[in-house]
Design a protein around this ligand. Structure first.
Ligand code: SAJ
Length: 424
């Protein structure tokens, strides 16, 4: 039996919008809340402002059914789900919970006995207990008795959000058993994966551990890439062979780790235990320094001046998201060093640096640096390469993702460097 019928989702970003649409297409009346009026207009017109497979269709279905509407203000609801950003304060490497505080303040006037409040945003251990609850209790209601409160961290992979939203297992960390059970009832409406219940601090830590695991493993792969270059071998081949072992799963090296999650979340563990989180902090630094390695590869290849075509602004392939993208950091380093840069990306629409189409990006260029493994770059044919090489001043290519067909580029006369591979 569905206990709660109306839901207010605060924050309509990469997680909030899919979640709101999912609830709205599973029998709930949902109000989505966001501060961005342009985004609200798009959603109310049944369009997704985010490029994500299937999301446009889901948002349209949700809005047409009249179960989803978007507004700048929350309204009365049985359940409130907070999906706002929890950015990193980059000068201190600590969490900035202002959006969580503001979201909690905004729903407090609408709370009543038996209201459910869920925090989906990734947060440092203790945020529910020490930050969220004190704000909610300003309503005069007691968390745990009058209010059901839980952390239900999002765990979906951009590019596969809709499938993973339904199929992934979920962890619900309640401030007590009743809270966990109430929130489980909600999510059971569309989650087909197993839902595990725990306390709120364990759930917070669990989410951080997942992304930290990935960051540390990518750092290992990146360190191995640099060592392999010195050994004159291909790290890609070595990792592929090592991964044939039944208990080894080394990740892929690359130009660094981007996105709004993996480069941020390990710091949330580090801020709670700065002296103990040694491996975690070192891994962050190793991954952040990969763009400097790409810069050295470029200097070795073409010298200290030139026009550089950067293929890919997104933090990974086939997404339109450039948050914390390694390209941002590379662009900054190259501009500072005096190179002219021309970034092109078939997916990204908003970027800190000017975006070019492929043709204008490569005109008179001295080197292409492949940064995002988009399908459009991977599927380049020999005719495309032939066409490009005629427009470039010098034919150089650096593939930081090992995702291109290098033989094709070499036969068109390109000098090719691959990150992590100096095998002759
Ligand atoms: N990357 C590598 N090597 C790899 C894997 C990734 O260099 O072997 C890079 C990518 O190119 C990208 C970054 O790491 O720049 C992160 O990409 P990702 O695909 O690993 O992860 P995200 O940030 O898109 O999504 C992650 C996921 N977490 C895990 O897989 C543990 C997702 O499930 C989370 O929901 C999401 O973070 C989040 O929102 O926290």
């Amino acid at each position: 039996m569905i206990m709660s019928k109306t839901i207010c989702v605060i924050g309509l970003g990469y997680i909030g919008l899919p979640t709101a649409s999912m609830f709205a297409t599973h029998g709930y009346t949902v109000r989505g809340v966001d501060v961005n009026e342009g985004l609200l207009n798009q959603v109310n017109n049944g369009e997704s402002p985010i490029e994500e497979p299937g999301l446009n269709t889901l948002v349209r279905a949700a809005v047409l059914s009249k179960n989803l509407s978007a507004s700048t203000k929350p309204s009365e609801a049985d359940a409130f789900i907070i999906c706002v950003p929890t950015p990193l304060n980059s000068s201190t490497n600590t969490s900035d919970l202002d959006y969580v505080r503001a979201a909690a303040e905004s729903i407090t006037p609408y709370l009543k006995t038996n209201s459910i409040v869920v925090l989906e945003s990734t947060s440092p251990p203790g945020t529910i207990e020490n930050v969220l609850i004190p704000i909610l209790e300003k309503s005069g209601l007691r968390a745990g008795t009058d209010l059901f409160v839980a952390h239900c961290p999002e765990r979906v992979l951009p590019g596969k959000i809709l499938t993973e939203l339904v199929e992934n297992d979920r962890i619900i960390g309640g401030i007590n058993e009743n809270s966990a059970n109430r929130v489980k009832e909600l999510y059971q409406s569309f989650v087909s994966g197993t839902i595990y219940l725990t306390d709120s601090t364990t759930a917070e830590m669990c989410k951080l551990i997942e992304n930290t695991y990935r960051d540390v493993n990518i750092a290992l792969a990146n360190e191995l890439a640099i060592i392999s270059e010195k050994l004159g071998i291909s790290v890609w081949e070595a990792i592929e062979l090592a991964n044939k072992h039944p208990r080894v799963n080394i990740h892929s090296p690359g130009p660094g780790v981007g996105g709004h999650c993996i480069p941020i979340d390990p710091w949330f563990i580090a801020e709670t235990a700065p002296d103990d989180a040694k491996l975690i902090k070192l891994s962050r630094r190793i991954n952040d320094r990969m763009v400097e390695h790409v810069f050295h590869m470029l200097k070795e290849m073409i010298g200290v001046t030139g026009i550089i075509s950067i293929f890919g602004a997104a933090y990974k392939g086939d997404v339109d998201d450039a948050r914390e993208s390694p390209t941002l950091h590379l662009a900054e380093i190259l501009c500072k060093a005096g190179y002219e840069i021309r970034v092109c990306d078939p997916h990204v629409r908003r970027f800190k640096y000017k975006l070019y189409d492929i043709d204008s990006s490569i005109a008179n260029s001295d080197c292409i640096i492949l940064m995002s493994d988009h399908k459009e770059f991977k599927s380049t044919t020999s005719d495309d390469i032939e066409g490009m090489s005629g427009k470039m001043r010098r034919k150089n290519l650096i593939d930081t993702r090992n995702c291109l067909n290098h033989e094709l580029w070499k036969s068109a006369g390109f000098n090719v460097k691959i990150l992590g591979n100096t095998k002759k």
